[in-house]
Design a protein around this ligand. Structure first.
Ligand code: NAD
Length: 351
């Protein structure tokens, strides 16, 4: 474990809330932490919307997917602390949870393709790690536990959109591990009265996304003059959510949500992978001859779609980012931040 602990500015920083954020060096977690601490970071930065009295500790193992540079913008903030460690480490987690009022839990193995190759790390981190955090939260009477989950727990939906009360029917080992974590979280609410709130979101996109996921993988390969691999017939449909909208949705749930409830955070832009590929090609000025059709992913869910009326009704949530604009900004970010993604491309390929 290593700890980065900035000295309080003139000893004047007196936090009234202490939030432990797991997986805060990853894609979504780092956007969330920057937002919570009111930092602006690069193009398309999120609006600052937190009270200046929140202290944030990031607990992150820095796996291949964790990038410390994602937290550069908050490194000097007096309320920021970074702890390198594993969510499965009971004694470390116990000490940290005891010292915080709330937990926002992002840490996960998050790439479906890797879970198809080998699921052990997914079960360990996503299921056991969540259990370790939940038990510590019960033991130390944590006021609030926000579990960050995914639309993938419901499996594929041919028509219409899943509501929060839809049955869980995950198809990939990744989705199954997230569903298990969600059920454990809800069980700790029902059994122990822990204030657990779960967010399930659509596919995120935006700056700083690790280059193994579809959009950043395609963009970085196209920028390098390479081909991109499109699974199967390309007709798999995903709903796209800008990471800033997701972060805003999580914050609404943290501040105004109800204990024991699940909230959907949707993006409002459903596209087939073929349509999305066409948009990315247009944005980098490339043709369809750069697209290679490859064998479909095993068990590939055809369509995900969330009904987010509950979050709109109860919390006033709606996505604000226009997809065409957000995607163009994202492509521009990758053009301008080669030094961020070039070292990660090798890590994505070899692990
Ligand atoms: P990511 O892979 O970019 O980041 C995961 C972070 O967790 C990394 O910093 C990694 O180092 C850390 N981590 C992994 N194992 C750990 C462990 N054992 N202990 C401590 N830290 C560990 O993931 P992301 O895309 O930012 O996703 C964050 C959360 O949101 C995940 O729970 C994921 O399931 C969920 N989610 C993501 C999406 C999406 O589109 N990216 C969609 C729905 C839900």
């Amino acid at each position: 474990m290593s700890t980065h602990r900035p000295r309080p500015a003139g000893g004047r920083f007196r936090p009234t809330r202490r939030v432990l954020v797991t997986g805060g060096a990853g894609f979504i977690g780092s956007h969330y932490v920057r937002s919570l601490l009111g930092a602006r970071a690069g193009r398309g930065a999120e609006e600052p919307r937190s009270a200046g009295d929140t202290a944030v500790t990031v607990l992150d193992k820095l796996t291949y997917a964790g990038v410390l540079a994602n937290l550069d913008a908050v490194r000097g903030h007096p309320g920021f602390t970074f702890v390198r460690g594993d969510v499965c480490d009971e004694s470390l987690v116990g000490g940290l949870v005891a010292a915080h009022d709330e937990v926002v839990h992002f840490a996960a193995e998050s790439h479906v393709d890797r879970s198809i190759e080998a699921a052990g790390d997914f079960v360990r981190t996503n299921v056991l790690g969540t259990q370790v955090l939940l038990e510590a939260a019960v033991r130390h009477r944590t006021e609030l536990f926000v579990q960050i989950s995914t639309d993938e727990v419901y499996g594929s939906v041919a028509h219409g959109s899943w509501r929060e009360d839809a049955p869980l029917a995950p198809n990939s080992p990744y989705a199954a591990s997230k569903a298990a974590a969600d059920l454990l979280a809800l069980a700790h609410h029902r059994t122990h009265g822990l204030d657990v709130r779960i967010t399930r979101c659509s596919n995120n996109y935006g700056p700083g996304h690790f280059p193994e996921k579809l959009i950043p993988r395609f963009v970085t390969r196209l920028l390098d003059g390479l081909t991109v691999p499109l699974y199967g017939d390309g007709e798999h449909v995903r709903d796209w959510l800008h990471v800033e909208d997701h972060v805003r949705g999580i914050e609404l749930v943290r501040r105004r949500g109800r204990a024991g409830e699940v909230y959907h955070i949707g993006g409002g832009t459903e596209l087939s992978n073929r349509e999305l590929t066409g948009r990315l090609l247009a944005l980098v000025g490339a043709d369809w001859d750069r697209v290679e059709r490859v064998e479909d992913r095993k068990g590939h869910d055809r369509r995900y779609s969330l009904d987010w009326a509950k979050a709109r009704r109860e919390l006033g949530y709606r996505p604000r980012r226009d997809f065409a604009e957000g995607l163009a900004e994202t492509v521009a970010w990758y053009r301008e931040h080669r030094s961020w993604w070039e070292p990660l491309v090798g890590a994505a390929a070899t692990r």
